[in-house]
Design a protein around this ligand. Structure first.
Ligand code: NAD
Length: 307
């Protein structure tokens, strides 16, 4: 089997051109577009994500601001910051970086977001719209998985609709921010979809589910969870996992996925690397949602474009 790499960086470059052009049109039409992130406490992955968003916003010429609160900030401080960002006319999209400290109830924080500025679709209104198949915003990670897959299917000459109608998509991981939206987007493509969480995996063994997948989406946050014996020959594997791993010899921290790439790639038809797979698209997609939000706030959505 010839393995084909599913190259997220190339796909992200293409998407960046589109989003940059949309952002430019928006500015020329006098609409204001800006992304704001909020973090609470010191957390390695939140800080890394924040730096990536700063970089991509600069590249795409989108206003960006970051609000940081100390780890002992109270819920009122967090809600006060959200209220100011909701009211700020320069901000069209707000992202609350996770994880929040345990004493902050993220459900309360998400409910405080202006749904029109909630570009990760974490507010119940937006999560509900997505579950109903009529999304206002598609959460960036799940959107990136399918954008990458759709683009790759085109590149190998597959008819997308036919492919999805005959395929089983298995999603490993059932979080509200990644796994569940990935299931909803599979339904939206009229594929058969199966969702696996830690309990299913522990009870019957993960391979019983994953070996049936035509498309395996892995978002469990467990480095090396999926190995060659867990996939069927010819499956497409999309690895969402980003896990810090410290090289014991050098002490350097690297990012690794949930899939053991070396053993799995030879059995796969297509596979994403980590880094360089889903991750690069996620950042651009969030900015894309921020552009969409600017249009929604101005009451001028673009009717030609899917969310
Ligand atoms: P999470 O911890 O919120 O959820 C993990 C899910 O995986 C849970 O449903 C859990 O039950 C399930 N799970 C854990 N172990 C499992 C196992 N052995 N078998 C089956 N299911 C198992 O994590 P998350 O926020 O959904 O993130 C998942 C991974 O994706 C992390 O590595 C995270 O860093 C990464 N991530 C990447 C991007 C990106 O842009 N590529 C964006 C967000 C998250």
């Amino acid at each position: 089997m010839t393995v084909r790499l599913i190259d997220g960086r190339a796909c992200a470059r293409e998407l960046k051109h589109q989003v940059a052009a949309e952002a430019k049109d928006l500015r020329e039409d006098g609409m204001r577009c800006g992304l704001a992130t909020l973090s609470v406490g010191e957390e390695f992955s939140a800080a890394a994500y924040q730096r990536r968003l700063l970089r991509v916003s600069e590249e795409l010429d989108i206003a960006y601001r970051h609000r940081h609160l100390p780890g002992d900030a109270g819920l009122d401080d967090v809600l006060g910051t959200i209220a100011r960002l909701n009211a700020d006319p320069e901000v069209s999209g707000i992202l609350v970086l996770r994880p929040l400290p345990p004493h902050i109830d993220e459900k309360v924080v998400f409910r405080a977001l202006d749904p029109l500025k909630d570009v990760e679709a974490v507010h119940p209104e937006n999560a509900g719209l997505l579950a109903l198949g009529t999304p206002r915003y598609v959460p960036s990670t799940a959107a990136s998985v399918y954008h990458l897959l759709d683009t790759w299917l085109d590149s190998v000459g597959e008819d997308r609709a036919d492919f999805y109608h005959r395929s089983l998509i298995v999603v490993v991981g059932r979080s509200n921010n990644v796994g569940k939206p990935a299931v909803s987007l599979g339904y939206a493509r009229q594929a058969a979809v199966e969702s696996i969480d830690e309990w299913a995996s522990r009870t019957v063994g993960i391979g019983r589910h994953t070996r049936r997948a035509d498309v395996l989406v892995v978002a469990a946050g467990r480095p090396g969870l999926i190995r060659a014996e867990h996939i069927r020959e010819g499956a497409i594997v999309l690895d969402v996992g980003i896990n810090p791993w410290t090289d014991p010899e050098t002490g350097t921290v690297h990012m690794v996925g949930d899939v053991d790439f070396e053993s799995t790639a030879p059995r796969a038809w297509g596979i994403t690397p980590v880094p360089g797979g889903v991750g690069p698209i996620t950042d651009v997609w969030l900015v894309r949602n921020t552009v969409t939000a600017a249009r929604n706030l101005a009451g001028r959505p673009d009717p030609r474009r899917n969310p």
